[in-house]
Design a binder for this molecule. Sequence first.
Ligand code: SAH
Length: 313
Amino acid sequence: MARGSSSYEEMTNLPGPLRDRLADELPLSTLALERDALASDGTEKALFMTADGKPVEAVLMRYRDGRRSLCLSSQSGCPLTCTFCATGRMKFGRNLTESEIVDQALHFRRIEPVNHAVFMGMGEPLMNLDSVLAACERLPDVGIATSNTAISTVGWIPGIERMAREGPSVRLALSLHAPEESLRTELMPVNERYPLADVLDACRAWHLARKRQVFVEYLMLGGVNDRYEQAVALADLLQPRNAFKVNLIPYNPTGMFEGSSRKAIDAFKAILDTNGVPATVRLTRGRDIEAACGQLAAAPRSRPPRIHVPQPS
Ligand code: SAH
């Protein structure tokens, strides 16, 4: 399976009777493919259903340099309610199992070889860390090295602390998004429970234990978090410098905010650079099929139009 077989029939290195028995008794996947979509940039999104009818989305990003990167979901929906993210607005289903996570990767492996994975799909991976870490241990079999796997979190401190102590040596990404506690709480209510200052302490401890940089994700929202002082404040927070690397993320429309202009993003990056914080700007992929960051909602938007029932006025 890890080498891309799409049926037991193809596994001719197994005895025939065993293949028949496997086909009868062991479904190839825990997920049923419901729909898939291909964006103009080659990004591919799949919508699956779990056996109990919970929607799950995953994305394959194809890059010119040959990188094949998967964006995996850890939960069906998400219990957190970040204001800018579409996933938080759908109904929360449940944590996914280890198999349901690995089966997302195997789906794309049946299409072509894959070599990177990020847990940036639906859900908060650190709220489902047992299954996420177990899945990360399987990904190398599928072709994705542990060092090419990243887990992204809102800053769920117990999970960050656990990742400092145990589990495979995967990368850690933090969705930071605002340098001030009050603004961050407004954008991401979870900040009330785990304030940014404590989250950054946990990230520094993870960095010391794992000897890797924390990737900081910073969504660029026009007039909200893209001002000069905020870039300076962000740079002040990210100490020691060598513990962090910043990735500025153009906002993908979810109907809530205006994204920062390209000029504002470049200016913000320049201020970080001047303050000794290296930053890159994330390439946006898959927007035309609502496969980009923050757009996964298994939403009716991408289904055929529903029949309009006139409401009594
Ligand atoms: N819950 C985890 C992982 C899923 S989100 C986390 O929050 O990190 C993956 C990334 O997409 C996060 O950095 C998130 O903040 C970002 N994101 C959410 N909504 C977005 C949007 N509308 N445009 C761009 N990025 C978005």
